[in-house]
Design a protein around this ligand. Sequence first.
Ligand code: CUA
Length: 187
Amino acid sequence: MSNGAAHASELVAAAAERRWAWIVGAIIAVIVVMMVVTGLHWASMPPSRVETIDAKTLHLRGEFVESNLGTTLAPDGKVTARLVAQQYSFVPQCIVVPEGMPVTFRATATDVIHGFVVGTTNANTMVIPGFVATFTTTFPKSGEHLMPCHEYCGTGHEAMWARVQVLPRDEFLARARSGERLSCVAR
Ligand code: CUA
């Protein structure tokens, strides 16, 4: 190979390396921008699909009025547990769910950011005023769980908790047939 040809191929190689350096640099820049944008965006959102609600009228109308809180069994067999978090309690204080059936939780807050986790299960969410936190989970075993608030929400935070009673499926279905909102709050 002559000296001139070697020099020419060196130039081609250098040009290709520069081109790839720019391409890789651009890919990294796009990824960093995506991380920053999604990080900032999701920092102000609940960790579930985003559904908004007016926190000021929760007690007056709509899905989260007090008479609609608790657990329902829809005609198609879907179980939904609705609850509200507020300083410093959950409504209802005791939530009934069936064993071995998918349960959809729907929760919102009236005042500040709260959150809850059900015992040692994977049922865990933040509850943010203005948003509906929702997730679906299944409890494999009957029994009772503690459900503490896990976002610091003020001086009463450590006293904010509810209970979750997982009932055997038949017992839950027998109680749910009436169509009322179930809870295990003592009356
Ligand atoms: Cu509510 Cu901490």
